[in-house]
Design a protein around this ligand. Structure first.
Ligand SMILES: [Fe+2]
Ligand SMILES: [Fe+2]
Length: 474
């Protein structure tokens, strides 16, 4: 699918989502609706003009635009999820718009749609009849196709952990983005939502840390600041869990990690995204971000009683273990526990993410090697040990060559420390459509003779093999 079409498609899904939400609040005659209807019309009519007819169809968990699968963007995830849930609940599988739409048609369509009873098998026909009663014949509706053996997936009642993880991950990115944008514009920022999301993330990390850890492999180049904050928070929470923190302290740690770079919102974009090295003044400015972060955090009243732990964590996350970092201290005091945890998570994520000034990042393994080399100076050696236990000898997301000549991606570390070198691995392969297949193998598996079925021979650089690791974690 072309980039332009994909963008329009994503736009359509978002507008559809917003319109459904709005129409559940207002009745069909309400003027508040007009603006949303006209925005939706603009998008959908652009698409219809392009192809004559527009079909929006749902198969399994994906939307198809005129039979082409729509890939969702990070911002689009919530809308995709919402829309597919709403369609599936009503057993609607496809809507075909056969002519250009107008406001009248759209109003009738959207209200007839939201008023459908859940799980009613005749819904597609009922919706069509409803539209016909208003002389609308240019919208066709087809029922949801239940794919053989997939009925389970459609109940959606029990969203599995991975779905929950994806939702938390993308929602948190969206929320931190809003918070940063608001702070930049000196507007009210909703921190309570961040807190709620941090609490959800903690539940999940306690249940199964590998899901959110896997999400940190989604390195979104354009949205670095937001992804980075969320990733640092995930690593920090997983470390906090291993350190036996209570849920309350974990929540504080999670929020501190999410906000650790909030001071950067006051630094001009040109400096943050500068492809070349920074001038002395620019570097001076950069080094102020922990202090500016403290100022912002202290001004966020909704954090309730602002805990000194959180403020200090933001303050000293670049201080370094030997205090050689910044801000410079007059009084030499050690780095706080939150600061030391965030420092490790921060460095690791920064090193493994492509940046404008370093397009090819370190592989997970290289990053750990660098950190180990610098450990006494920069990091708390004990915490670094815990971190390595977390990401494994073969860190999550490493591309590995197996003795069977297959390529694999380290997907999950084995819980038993005895098996640090035998993680769960995803075999890298594609189906006939070119989509990544997801076959998991456990490297502790043995054959009848007791020999390991698979072993890691060496790690490889995914950039050399043009493998998009993130794809396998979605
Ligand atoms: Fe920072
Ligand atoms: Fe950072």
């Amino acid at each position: 699918m072309g980039a332009e079409l994909s963008k329009l498609g994503n736009n359509l899904v978002t507008k559809f989502h917003v319109l459904m939400r709005i129409s559940q609040i207002y009745d069909s005659k309400n003027v508040a609706l007009s603006q949303f209807i006209s925005e939706f019309l603009e998008t959908i009519n652009t698409l219809i003009k392009g192809s004559g007819v527009l079909s929006l169809k749902i198969i399994k968990d994906d939307f198809f635009l005129n039979d082409q699968r729509l890939r969702y963007s990070v911002e689009g995830f919530t809308s995709f999820k919402y829309l597919s849930t709403q369609w599936k609940k009503r057993l609607i599988g496809e809507v075909v718009f056969k002519t250009l739409m107008n406001e009248e048609m759209l109003r009738h369509f959207i209200y007839a749609f939201i008023n459908l009873e859940e799980s009613h098998e005749e819904n597609a026909n009922l919706l069509k009849k409803q539209l016909e009663s208003h002389q609308i014949t240019s919208i066709d509706v087809n029922p949801l196709e239940i794919v053989e053996g997939e009925e389970e997936a459609f109940t959606l009642q029990k969203e599995d952990h991975r779905e929950v993880g994806k939702k938390i991950f993308f929602e948190t990115i969206g929320t931190i983005k809003d918070v940063i944008t608001n702070i930049k514009g000196n507007q009210h920022a909703d921190i309570r939502k961040l807190k709620r999301l941090a609490q959800k993330a903690i539940h999940l990390v306690i249940e199964d840390e590998s899901i959110l850890l896997g999400m940190t492999m989604i390195k979104n180049y354009d949205e670095y600041t937001f992804n980075h904050s969320v990733n640092v928070s995930i690593y920090a929470l997983a470390m906090g869990k291993r350190l036996g923190f209570s849920k309350k302290i974990l929540t504080e740690l999670g929020i501190t990690a999410l906000l650790h770079d909030i001071g950067k919102s006051k630094i001009p974009r040109e400096i943050l995204n500068k492809p070349a090295s920074l001038s002395t003044e620019e570097w001076e400015m950069m080094r102020k971000h922990p202090l500016m972060g403290v100022e912002i955090v202290l001004n966020l009243k909704q954090l309730g009683e602002i805990n000194p732990r959180m403020v200090v964590g933001v303050f000293d996350h670049h201080l370094m273990n030997d205090l050689s970092g910044y801000p410079r201290l007059f009084l030499k005091k050690g780095v706080s526990l939150f600061g030391r945890i965030i420092q490790i998570a921060d460095s690791y994520d920064a090193m493994t993410t492509p940046r404008i000034y370093k397009k090819i990042p370190y592989t997970p393994e290289q990053a750990l090697a660098v950190m180990l080399r610098e450990k006494e100076i920069h990091f708390d050696p004990l915490l670094l040990k815990i971190f390595i236990g977390l990401v494994g000898i073969y860190p999550l997301g490493s591309l590995v060559l197996l003795n069977t000549h297959e390529l694999g991606i380290v997907y999950k570390s084995n819980h038993d420390p005895k098996w640090l070198d035998r993680p769960i691995v995803l075999l890298v392969d594609r189906d006939t459509k070119g989509d990544a297949t997801k076959e998991l193998i456990d490297l502790t598996d043995t054959d009848r003779a007791g020999n390991y079925k698979w072993s890691i021979v060496k790690t490889l650089d995914p950039y050399k093999y043009h493998i998009d690791i993130a794809k396998y974690f979605l």
